[in-house]
Design a protein around this ligand. Structure first.
Ligand code: M6R
Length: 360
């Protein structure tokens, strides 16, 4: 049950330190710089020349995060929306196709992975549900171990998918000829182990709840970010529209000026995701929007100065640059939750949506 919580969504957001501990448990050894994934063995990616990730909705955003992280480790990976993974996409025996699906039952994702299998690709699934259709059909199921998720809005499973994909990225970096073991792997794995504590620190603050009250009368909510933060910008917007019913869109930071800027007015709030680095592209595009009256809410690590661009800010703990986006995502989950709550929306069961979409 929900216990002391009014909604499963908040319970599930709050459970992320615990669910992520389970995702990581026994799989990471920072001192040895090693990742162990039950289903996978060394060298079992021999012959793989490209990695395709296929998924829908929130799982697609986790797949985008995962493919970006793999690219950073030298692995040629691309994320595809499962519905667009059609026969026109070149797939052969040198391809590894990974289905990312919480339920393991999403029809569009099953269609995509079956198509890849038919063309001779190796197949793997990153899923939450043991014994699900996808887990039974692929060669290699890898479980995210997030525990059951009741809220239609996916929260803790996004985080566990992203972390599982980052473990896969580390595993593949050893196996693929293109992958190069990175010098900072120990640091990354140590940061991964600290992630549950960082999330707990973030959850103990009330910034997102307070901030949500200031934006209830806005006409549109945009979310912008670059690279890893781009996937989270899309996820932030999806979550926001799904449970608040307000107009929300995610854009790559640099894309704003190629069209969407025409929509920006003083009634627009722009959640601006900043990394620990200079984030020049995101800052300059947010400044453009601010000059047109937009309210800029930055989501940035503690140590980052945002005074020149932010009207308001949400803070996240400092961590490894590859994990900053996952903390930002949790602030955005909270913003969506508290906004929907103020607007008295039926948070756990939004209109027109189902937890698992088993039709094409
Ligand atoms: O079970 P799956 O991960 O395959 O589901 C995919 C999407 O339908 C799902 O993530 C959906 O977008 C969520 N309701 C978003 O919160």
């Amino acid at each position: 049950g929900k216990g002391a919580y009014d909604h499963f969504m908040l319970k599930e957001i709050d459970s992320q330190p615990e669910s992520l501990r389970k995702t990581i448990q026994g799989r990471v050894d920072p001192e040895a710089g090693e990742v162990t994934l039950d289903a996978l063995e060394e060298g079992d990616l021999e012959g793989v020349e490209q990695v395709h990730l296929v998924a829908c909705g929130t799982s697609y955003h986790a797949a985008m995060f995962g493919s970006n992280l793999m690219n950073r480790r030298g692995i040629p990976a691309t994320a595809h929306r499962a519905n667009e993974y059609t026969d026109t996409i070149p797939v052969d025996g040198d391809t590894l196709t990974i289905a990312v699906t919480q339920s393991g039952e999403t029809a569009d994702t099953l269609t995509a992975i079956r198509r890849a299998e038919k063309k001779g690709a190796q197949t793997l699934a990153v899923t939450n549900v043991i014994g699900s259709t996808v887990a039974r059909e692929v060669e290699t199921p890898v479980y995210i171990r997030a525990g059951p998720e009741i809220g239609v809005a996916a929260t803790k499973t996004f985080s566990s998918q992203a972390v599982t994909l980052s473990l896969l990225a580390e595993h593949f970096a050893d196996d693929l000829p293109q992958g190069t073991p990175r010098e900072d792997r120990e640091e990354f794995l140590a940061a991964l182990e600290r992630l549950p504590e960082d999330i707990q620190r973030l959850l103990d603050t009330t910034e997102a709840e307070r901030l949500s009250r200031h934006h209830l009368d806005k006409e549109a909510f945009f979310f912008i970010g670059h690279e890893l933060n781009y996937s989270v910008a899309l996820e932030g917007a999806l979550k926001f529209k799904e449970i608040t019913y307000e107009h929300a869109e995610g854009f790559p930071s640099g894309g704003l000026k190629h069209g969407p800027l025409a929509l920006v007015t003083p009634e627009t709030t722009i959640f601006t995701l900043l990394g620990s680095g200079p984030s020049t592209q995101t800052r300059s595009n947010a400044e453009e929007a601010r000059a047109r009256g937009a309210n800029i809410v930055t989501v940035a690590p503690e140590s980052v100065n945002v005074d020149d661009v932010a009207d308001e800010r949400l803070t996240i703990p400092d961590t490894h640059p590859d994990l900053t986006s996952l903390l930002a995502n949790i602030q955005l989950q909270l913003v969506s939750y508290y906004t929907a709550r103020q607007l008295e929306r039926p948070i756990d069961k939004p209109r027109n949506l189902a937890k698992s979409v088993t039709v094409r």
